[in-house]
Design a protein around this ligand. Structure first.
Ligand code: GLU
Length: 469
């Protein structure tokens, strides 16, 4: 039985200094498609623009991929390093008559365009060298001999059949006069050589596909499956820009969005599986298909991202969340947690993760377990610690000395204390919360007491009770 060829997808970013979330989403779609089908996913850095392709700009892409957890097969390929191969293919096309040397100068091309404009003709440059055999001793570029008649149909998995009139396609340059390849040429040679079977990318490249197809045909190479996905827009439907929210994927890492939540959210930006909004990687890998990609631009929705993040935090393992927090502190250049703090956070995590929408929210809610005595009481907390409340805390300290340290017993003791002072439980919880956390917002007093234990609880109550003494 013939074996189905292995699927190979790729992400081919140009280094721009950071990883745009559009690129991150394209990478994710390619990753999901390949990994969900036992295929390969490769990374190529399109670093032919030497001015922009600094090591830092390349590193920014690698960092984005690593944070998002999108692993790729083999090493990242440098497009620039493959320039010799691009040249060879261009020369091969020249030898086979699919390309030609064009000696037109910039001035001649400009003059052609001016004349065309004046006569109301298309300004698409028609090189006089296309059908000439004489070769002057002068600089030249190598151009593709593109078909002039008929049409090219891009069979696209997202856009459907897209028909482009060949008369609108120019004889694009493959090799510049200094012998360097153009992006349009390099991308095809690389995709072919890397065995890419599916090109899934932004629909800003749709027109490029019509021109790139000519190279596949000229070389007799199999065309990949095309899937051009609509770009991401802002909430107002306009092209995504800074004012809509963060555009760089690492900005989301710096906000403390869990990477798993980002994958879930990005997967839903332009792709859907029924009404499913919240899902795991395993489900996305199982469900992802090109047929689920929509034709209209997806809109970035920060509120929705927060909800997705909340779901992933609530469902993550406690130890995993602590590891993610450690990574978050590292990414944002902050001090690492000590082992004691990490252990405390792990113990506390069950009462922190229910409604948190980001990793810093977990840290904030977990302050009661991260800080050492003497606590820094905030102003509101200090206000709850009036003389009467401090008296009650002192009483409680005595009563809790010998109480067994279970939720039931603690509830019993605290409720009885409230009743004996004719207070609603909430009135008692205020100063208690302030004493245990130094703040007026925190997890429940029972959770805090259970997490920090008897000794620390008593020490904090004693400290708060003596405030102002
Ligand atoms: N290097 C191109 C970009 O960053 C992508 C090329 C492609 O996917 O074919 O937009």
């Amino acid at each position: 039985m013939a074996q189905e060829a292995q699927i190979v997808t790729r992400i081919a970013p140009s280094p721009t200094g950071y990883m745009h979330i559009g690129t991150a989403r394209t990478a994710l779609f390619n990753w999901l498609y390949a990994r969900g089908r036992g295929g390969k996913f490769v990374l190529r850095i399109e670093d032919t623009d030497r001015a922009r392709s600094t090591p830092e700009a390349t590193q920014a892409i690698l960092d984005g991929m690593a944070w998002l957890g999108l692993d790729y097969d083999g090493e990242a390929v440098s497009q620039f390093a493959r320039a010799d191969r691009h040249r060879l293919v261009a020369l091969d096309m020249l030898a086979k008559g699919h390309a030609y040397k064009c000696f037109s100068t910039q001035d001649e091309i400009a003059a052609f365009r001016d004349a065309a404009k004046a006569e109301g003709r298309s300004t698409l440059f028609l090189s006089p060298w296309r059908d000439r055999d004489d070769h002057p001793d002068a600089p030249y570029v190598i151009r593709l001999k593109a078909p002039r008649d008929g049409q090219t149909i891009i069979t696209d998995q997202v856009q459907g059949d897209v028909t482009i009139q060949n008369a609108t396609l120019d004889d694009m340059i493959l090799l510049r006069s200094d012998g360097t390849p153009t992006y349009m040429h390099a991308v095809v040679v690389d995709d072919h050589d890397m065995g890419v079977t599916h090109v899934i990318r932004g629909d800003d490249h749709l027109n490029n596909a019509a021109r790139q197809i000519q190279i596949y045909r000229a070389m007799g190479w199999p065309e990949p499956v095309w899937a051009h996905i609509p770009l991401i827009h802002g909430e107002d439907g306009k092209k995504l820009s800074k004012r809509h929210g963060a555009t760089g994927v690492m900005e989301y890492a710096e906000m403390g969005i869990p990477a798993a939540a980002m994958r879930n959210y990005l997967a839903r930006l332009g792709w859907s599986h029924g009404d499913d909004e919240l899902f795991t990687d395993a489900q996305a890998l199982d469900w992802f298909d090109l047929s689920g990609i929509g034709k209209s631009p997806a809109r970035l929705d920060m509120k929705k991202l927060g909800n997705v993040a909340g779901w992933h935090i609530a469902n993550a393992e406690d130890a995993d969340l602590v590891a993610q927090i450690a990574q978050y502190l590292d990414i944002t250049g902050r001090d690492a947690l000590s082992q004691v703090q990490q252990d405390g956070l792990t113990r506390a995590m069950y009462c922190l993760k229910d409604r948190a929408k980001s990793l810093p929210e977990l840290l904030d809610k977990g302050r009661f377990v991260l800080e050492n005595r003497p606590l820094n009481y905030d102003e509101k907390a200090v206000n709850t610690l009036d003389p009467v409340s401090r008296g009650i805390l002192r009483e409680l300290t005595a009563q809790l000395q010998n109480a067994s340290w279970t939720r039931d017993t603690l509830e019993g003791v605290l409720n009885a204390a409230a009743v004996s002072h004719g207070l609603k439980f909430g009135k008692l919880a205020g100063p208690l919360r302030a004493a245990l956390s130094g703040r007026t917002v925190s997890p429940s007093v029972f959770d805090m007491m259970l997490v920090i234990g008897r000794e620390e609880t008593l020490a904090r109550l004693t400290e708060a009770a003596s405030l102002g003494d």
